[in-house]
Design a protein around this ligand. Structure first.
Ligand code: ATP
Length: 453
């Protein structure tokens, strides 16, 4: 996390109230939660890159931070004051958004477009411009390098030129914060570099605070001293060396990469692995862990300590086991916060159970939402998959009384019945993590022995 007072690449980052802040923000679409209690603070002078796979919620977060969307819960604060308490015009004079693309229905010239960026300062849209407005427009066009294009029609420009005009429009607002949504999408490498050089200049020379959603991890490493890795919530928030960690990227993007400093370069590079080196990469998961509600914490730590690669899931975002699994598991099967396990996610669980050698079922609370996971576990056991059931210690004489509904079963006995069927299908019941680990090592050793025969 960002320290209160810090100097990043020569920029003094103010220590007091964050310039822009999300506090416990929850938001979604069509009544389905996408972001759950997201908190983040951007200090004046920072240049922050927002990374994450397609659909991870980057654009949504930028729209929340700029006030286009209102959070369902939580707050967005600008200079410590809730965004909705500021007037629209006041917000627009401070926060500018550079969208990925903008399709204009009319043949606007570049100069018209940049003047439109100035509207928060003009009394009405058709109001007349003052000399300060004209100056701001000229300055914005000069800084963004589009002064020569002033009389050209926006829709007739190249992708790179249009991108620079969008930046000029935002600059005409003279904002303190610039939110950019994939400013380098659709640009060739020359324009990508030019655009990010421009953004860096704005940050360094014009003191504009920057938050930019990006897909290119290499450009992110090169231009952004602070990176936030986002997947419907913050997975990592630190400098490029910490965030561009191959294991973390693998969990979030589901691909193997190499990260290192290329000869003669001063920045980290993220590359696909060389084929020969693939052998040295972490093994594919051999164990699947079903957990939730903290029931898998010790088990997952034990597997990670023993270097046994495992898949965890399905786990809901916001569940403490999900947060831990993102750090420890080789793969994490993720479901939306509080949502029941969907059929698409169940398919992922089924595929994983087909590829691993062992399932460990932790003493997870059983509700209507995760009952389907137990059914998958039972099908897998009936197909011959080895299953270890980690149960809470029961007092003597109670071992045989599983017919009584388990206290952690909230499904009127359906869950308990599935657990009994799992036992009947040959699952091994253990009552401690160390026992489970020993049992797992033995099962995996037997499995390897069988596969070698
Ligand atoms: N207006 C909307 N209505 C319903 N669902 C939406 C809407 N906008 C986005 N979504 C969904 O919310 C999720 C997050 O979308 P968002 O655009 O925020 O992600 P992103 O990280 O910016 O993705 P990308 O990198 O592909 O641009 C996606 O599953 C998307 O389909």
């Amino acid at each position: 996390m960002v320290a209160e007072t810090e100097t990043r690449q020569g920029l003094d980052v103010a220590s007091s109230v964050p310039l822009l802040q999300a506090r416990d923000v929850t938001f979604g679409y069509n009544r389905q939660e996408l972001l759950h209690e997201v908190s983040l603070a951007i200090q004046t002078g920072e240049m922050v890159g927002l990374l994450g796979p397609n659909g991870s919620g980057k654009t949504t977060l930028l729209r929340l931070l700029s006030g286009i969307f209102q959070p369902w819960k939580g707050q967005i604060l600008l200079e410590g004051r809730e965004l909705r308490q500021w007037g629209r015009r006041d917000v627009a004079q401070r926060i500018a958004v550079v969208p990925q693309e903008l399709h204009m229905p009319f043949a606007f010239t570049v100069k018209h477009m940049v003047e439109m960026g100035r509207t928060p300062f003009i009394r009405s849209f058709f109001g007349s411009q003052g000399s300060r407005d004209r100056e701001a427009v000229q300055e914005a066009m000069a800084i963004a390098g589009v002064a020569d294009l002033a009389e050209r029609i926006f829709n007739e420009l190249s992708g790179g030129e249009r991108q620079r005009v969008l930046v000029a429009m935002a600059l005409a607002q003279e904002p303190s914060v610039l939110l950019l949504d994939e400013p380098t999408a659709h640009l060739d490498i020359k324009y990508q570099i030019e655009t990010l050089e421009l953004v860096r200049r704005l940050n360094r020379e014009h003191k504009v605070t920057v938050l930019a959603a990006l897909h290119d991890l290499n450009l992110a490493a090169r231009y952004f001293p602070r990176l936030i890795l986002f997947q419907r919530g913050i997975v990592a928030d630190s400098n490029p060396a910490e965030v561009l960690d191959p294991a973390l990227l693998r969990r979030v993007y589901g691909v193997d990469v190499q990260v290192g400093i290329m000869r003669g370069s001063a920045h980290l590079s993220v590359l696909p692995p060389v084929l020969e080196e693939k052998r040295g990469l972490p093994e594919r998961p051999v164990v699947h862990v079903i957990a939730g509600g903290g029931s898998g914490e010790v088990m997952m730590r034990a597997l990670a300590d023993a270097h046994i690669p495992f898949v965890a899931g399905a786990l809901n975002i916001g569940d403490s086991d999900h947060t831990l699994a993102l750090h420890l598991a080789t793969e994490v099967i993720t479901e939306q916060p509080y949502a029941p396990i969907s059929s698409a996610v169940l398919d992922q669980v089924r595929a994983s159970l087909r590829s691993v050698a062992l399932l460990i079922l932790c003493p997870v609370p059983i509700g209507a939402g995760n009952l389907a996971l137990l059914r998958e576990a039972l099908f897998a056991a009936q197909r011959g998959l080895s299953v270890i059931m980690l149960e809470e210690q029961v007092s003597e004489g109670q071992e045989e009384s599983l017919e009584a509904i388990l206290p952690r079963d909230y499904t009127e006995g359906k869950g308990t019945r599935l657990l009994m069927l799992l036992r009947q299908a040959g699952a091994t019941v253990v009552t401690s993590v160390s026992e489970a680990l020993e049992c797992a090592k033995k099962q995996l050793a037997d499995e390897t022995f069988l596969s070698l025969q």
